[in-house]
Write a new protein. Structure first.
Length: 219
């Protein structure tokens, strides 16, 4: 596809068809002019089998101190806004649900869900005081459906915490190590999250470079 061609399809977040191509060596991405989301050309995505094989090679042990430090940027948002024994969900917890262990150790009641490792549909039919979703949204082919569902599971004073690295500009995106993971297919900018906040009529904050928090507006 030439840079002057208009991509077909729609943004998987806001649904806009106002997209333009970003060519990065062998990969083709599309960026939305409305919400600034970047997503990989769908025909270049891995199969689910190939995707899971990569996840199976990850070594994120529950008791790994480094992994826990990494997750603490998201978990500290929970401890600042919700007191135990608040009820939480860790969505996309993976094979080593370290954040679940951290929260339970701190006195929180936790459920967990993961498409491949903990596919419990009952956990997606409850209401929660907080939901954590760390290093997950960059893997989503249909982010709006998933995030809308998570938002619907929050209590009226709940908290949704997402951890993912954000797109800063297109020059840095082209040389960005984060996009080199073949399972990373969807990349949010700050504007993407602000679009979600407007859709949900939610408060949004950015406490860290890779953490964003949403909470319902107080009416």
């Amino acid at each position: 596809m030439l840079q002057t061609e208009k991509p077909t399809g729609r943004c998987p977040l806001c649904g806009s068809d106002d997209l333009y191509p970003l060519r990065c060596k062998e990969r083709l991405y599309h960026r939305c002019r409305t919400c600034e989301l970047v997503h990989l050309e769908p025909t270049q995505r891995l199969s689910e089998q190939a995707e899971k094989a990569i996840y199976d090679d990850h070594e994120n042990a529950v008791d790994d101190p480094g992994y826990r430090r990494f997750l603490s940027r998201a978990f500290e948002q929970v401890t600042q806004h919700q007191l135990p024994p608040a009820k939480g969900l860790d969505f996309g917890c993976g094979p080593g649900p370290a954040l679940v262990a951290m929260a339970r150790e701190a006195g929180y009641e936790m459920s967990l869900y993961d498409k491949y490792y903990h596919p419990d549909p009952a956990s997606l039919q409850q209401q929660y005081d907080f939901i954590t979703c760390t290093e997950v949204v960059e893997h989503l082919a249909d982010p709006l459906t998933v995030l809308d569902q998570l938002w619907s599971l929050l209590s009226p004073d709940g908290l949704l915490v997402l951890q993912t690295k954000r797109v800063l500009d297109e020059n840095r995106f082209r040389s960005w190590h984060y996009r080199n993971d073949p399972t990373h297919i969807t990349f949010f900018a700050e504007a993407s999250f602000r679009w979600l906040a407007q859709r949900w009529q939610a408060n949004v904050s950015f406490p860290h470079a890779d953490v964003v928090c949403f909470s319902p507006l107080i009416r």
